[in-house]
Design a protein around this ligand. Structure first.
Ligand code: GLV
Ligand code: MN
Ligand code: MN
Length: 430
């Protein structure tokens, strides 16, 4: 099947032209012109299929398909923004898959009055990536009450533009509010466990825990030639030692059962000039693990090393904002439902955990949530070479449609919000 004769693949190709990069990826950082174009493209697409589109106070985009007037809403979604020089699939696949699945569910229910107990809203969450504006998962954090809207609207990018200004500039801000009863998300795995196991679908049972910290290393600006080593307070040396410490912590604290993953993803040197010892470095360090105790020990080690680095480099290290989430399970009933749906379609599937954060990481803390993965070729992500095959994308849309149909028929939660007991007769791996 070529991309042009399959409606999902044709739409995916068209969506990927917004913010397209020379290397085959996309660059659509939150509330940039490219993000705005993608949001408008999505709006046009879904309005053409009978959805109604609205924005809330922090730019979350809601595409509603009403099946039963007055009934509660089931949300399906992900994000259309990307990392700088990011991939075409991360987030965007899930939003488009949600829209196609919703439409297919509506069509399949036509003429079956009384079968649907819920309406469907596809949500494109604002700023999942957290690169232009920190932290990540921003729109879903406001929706789930973890961040105040006002604080988010006043958050600035490196050029000093606020979220409010950026959203107003692309015209995707409003005052809409919509409570939802349950949430479903499909995403690319961004790792290679599905590919290694030869599986088409991942049923996400839980998140890894993550602690992300913004650090500022304070030194003193000086001449790189004229200032003797003993007199230096080199912020770049201190920051570099922190980056190395983070890697050592990952190696030393990982156990056979529980891996520790650490990174420095952002590193900004001031004044960053050839003959100047750095006065200041801002950096972001994250520490992740599947186990809360292992994470806590790795985190404590990171903090213990800070005092040593301060001495070594003669600098002061200040910890700024943090963004943390726990290793936490998704609803068992949702996992079972998704396994039954995958089995009914003959799709190979297995249980996975997610190392990456997603909007479902937030949503699962307030409503029953189902999270699904499709394979990523070689696990490559946050990279223009990110890839999921057409066949795997289509299997994911089929599964999402089946899962959504079951949820809309009341097989996950009742209209009063009670989670249905897992039937216990499904195999989570097959
Ligand atoms: C997402 O925000 C992540 O850090 O994985
Ligand atoms: Mn994502
Ligand atoms: Mn991402």
């Amino acid at each position: 099947m070529t991309p042009t004769n399959n409606p999902f693949l044709a739409d995916f190709t068209s969506m990927s032209s917004h913010g397209a990069t020379a290397g085959g990826g996309v660059d659509r950082q939150a509330a940039t012109v490219a993000d705005g174009q993608t949001r408008n493209w999505f709006r046009g697409l879904v309005e053409g299929h009978g959805f109604t589109v609205r924005y809330d106070a922090v730019g979350n985009q809601y595409a509603m398909l009403e099946l039963v007037p007055g009934a509660p809403w089931i949300a399906v979604g992900s994000h259309l923004d990307s990392q700088p020089l990011g991939g075409r699939f991360d987030g965007a696949y899930g939003v488009l898959a949600g829209a196609h699945a919703a439409k297919r569910v509506q069509e399949s229910l036509a003429g079956t009055e009384g079968t649907a107990l819920f309406n469907i809203v596809v949500i494109n969450w604002f700023n999942e990536e957290g690169c232009r504006f920190k932290p990540s998962m921003m729109g879903s954090s406001v929706y789930t009450g973890k961040l105040p809207a006002n604080q988010v609207l006043e958050t600035t990018d490196p050029a000093g533009t606020t979220v409010r200004e950026a959203l107003e500039a692309i015209g995707t801000i409003g005052d809409f509010e919509l409570p939802v009863a349950a949430y479903v998300e499909i995403h690319i795995e961004q790792g290679r466990s599905l590919e290694d196991r030869g599986l088409s679908i991942g049923l996400v049972e839980s998140t890894w825990g993550a602690n992300k910290y913004e650090f500022t290393v304070h030194g003193d600006q000086a001449h790189t030639g004229a200032t003797v080593i003993a007199d230096r307070r080199d912020a770049l040396l201190g920051a570099s030692a922190l980056v190395v410490a983070a890697r050592e912590i990952a190696l030393e604290h990982s156990t056979k059962e529980h891996m520790v993953i650490t990174s420095c993803g952002e590193f900004t040197v001031f004044p960053n000039s050839p003959v100047v010892v750095a006065s200041r470095v801002n950096l972001l360090v994250d520490v992740r693990s599947t186990d809360p105790d292992v994470l806590a020990a790795a985190d404590a080690d990171l903090h213990a090393r800070i005092a040593k680095i301060e001495q070594l480099a003669n600098v002061r290290i200040e910890r700024g904002k943090e963004h943390v989430w726990g290793a936490k399970a998704y609803d068992a009933a949702g996992l079972e439902l998704a396994a039954r749906a995958a089995a009914s379609l003959g799709l190979s599937h297995g249980v996975v955990r997610t190392l990456a954060g997603h909007d479902s990481t937030n949503m699962k803390d307030i409503v029953p949530t189902i999270m699904l993965f499709v394979p990523s070729v070689e696990g490559i992500s946050h990279n223009e070479r990110e890839l999921t095959s057409d066949a795997d994308m289509l299997k994911g849309v089929d599964l999402l449609t089946e899962v959504l149909a079951r949820v809309v028929r009341g097989e996950f939660i009742s209209p009063s919000g009670v989670v249905e007991e897992p039937a216990g007769d499904s195999s989570l791996v097959s």
